[in-house]
Design a protein around this ligand. Structure first.
Ligand SMILES: NC(=O)c1ccc[n+]([C@@H]2O[C@H](COP(=O)([O-])OP(=O)(O)OC[C@H]3O[C@@H](n4cnc5c(N)ncnc54)[C@H](OP(=O)(O)O)[C@@H]3O)[C@@H](O)[C@H]2O)c1
Length: 329
């Protein structure tokens, strides 16, 4: 019997293990045009925290007691569709479970790039596209710019660091702890800020970028966003990708330096990666070229077994991952 994680209760603040429950899935026969997929890799992503709240958003909330959804890569083991064959490796959104039955129209065969399949949940998948288009399109970053990126050791952030370096920018990354900072440096960052040290981010950023920053790629919000405002140069562009600092607390962010955006004509733009999904070919081509040239490094933090899925998810909020957080089924 296939199994899936469901949301048992809507979390208040930081989610707890008791907010999740494993359920059995009754999906013994395929419907017309459906495929059965043995999931091999499951993604946990910070945006899933938003889906646990019963609020209107750009994705609907998870329904209580039902299988949760999320990015997954798996092998087709049964098919009622001529275009998808048994043995195909596919990307789809019926994650949080060991086996998925979905319409063939909702799966994507993995692009022909020389990477392991799980890379399409990370650097070559949704988080990678977020970093790539957020940096180059939303923030309009260009060669010569000084770029500051928070959560730089994570899936999105580590892509931003490497794409920015590959495109001729100066990069300052922020991450929690010496080990992660060393890894971000090894990706090519010119300077790294350990935001968990005693030095306030605003001071550390001033030292790392004495002439200020042209671009801020925000994954965190809060103190990081305020520090970026404090050091924004004239006509700086901010791509606001995420604010993980407030996903659990919901607390209002205090921005001491917000008014600086007026005099410095700072442009702040939020975005959702789905705005750029129709440009996937361009992304695969450029990232594929960087992969072939050895410009991109990839790292994963892997939890083993469907049972570990809540642990992996909760780990995102305590810095438990370097690179992409994944569950191997
Ligand atoms: N707009 C979009 O379409 C879109 C798409 C994908 C992702 N996102 C957003 O992008 C951000 C990164 O996502 P991801 O998938 O790449 O996750 P990730 O960075 O791989 O994992 C989350 C990381 O955030 C850091 N973190 C957690 N709580 C923090 C806090 N309070 N302050 C500072 N850092 C904190 C931790 O690293 P440290 O150890 O360094 O603290 C953790 O490892 C998230 O905000 C996510 O919601 C947005």
């Amino acid at each position: 019997m296939a199994r899936a994680w469901s949301l048992k209760a809507r979390p208040q603040g930081m989610p707890k293990h008791t907010d999740f429950a494993m359920i059995d899935l009754n999906q013994s026969t395929l419907g017309a045009g459906e495929v059965r997929i043995a999931n091999r890799w499951l993604s946990v992503d910070p945006y899933m925290r938003g889906r646990m709240n019963d609020v209107k958003s750009y994705v609907p909330p998870f329904a209580l007691g039902e299988a949760m959804q999320g990015g997954a890569v798996g092998e087709v083991v049964e098919s009622d569709d001529d275009g998808v064959k048994v043995g195909d490796m596919v990307l789809h959104m019926a994650g949080w479970r060991d086996e998925a039955v979905v319409p063939a129209a909702q799966v994507q065969k993995l692009p022909a790039l020389d990477v392991p399949p799980q890379a399409f949940l990370g650097q070559l998948g949704m988080p990678g596209m977020t970093g790539y288009f957020g940096l180059l399109q939303v923030a309009e970053a260009k060669a010569g710019d000084t770029v500051f990126v928070s959560a730089a050791a994570g899936a999105v952030g580590s892509t931003v660091v490497q794409v920015a370096k590959a495109k001729g920018m100066t990069v300052i990354g922020s991450a929690g702890g010496a080990e992660k900072c060393a890894w971000v440096k090894s990706l090519g960052a010119d300077a790294v800020i350990d935001y968990k040290s005693d030095v306030p981010v605003v001071k550390a950023l001033g030292e790392a970028a004495p002439k200020g920053i042209d671009v801020y790629f925000d994954n965190v919000g809060g103190e990081h966003l305020d520090a970026a405002l404090a050091h924004a140069r004239m006509h700086a562009r901010f791509a606001v990708c995420g604010m993980i600092d407030v996903y659990n607390s919901g607390a209002a962010t205090q921005l001491k330096y917000l008014a600086r955006l007026i005099g410095n004509r700072v442009q702040i733009r939020g975005f959702i990666v789905s705005d750029y999904m129709n440009r996937a070919e361009e992304f695969y081509k450029d990232m594929g070229g960087m992969l072939a040239a050895g410009t991109l490094k990839r790292q994963e933090t892997v939890h083993e077994g469907l049972e570990t899925m809540p642990d992996a998810f909760l780990g995102l909020f305590s810095g438990g991952n370097t690179g992409k957080m994944l569950v191997k089924v």
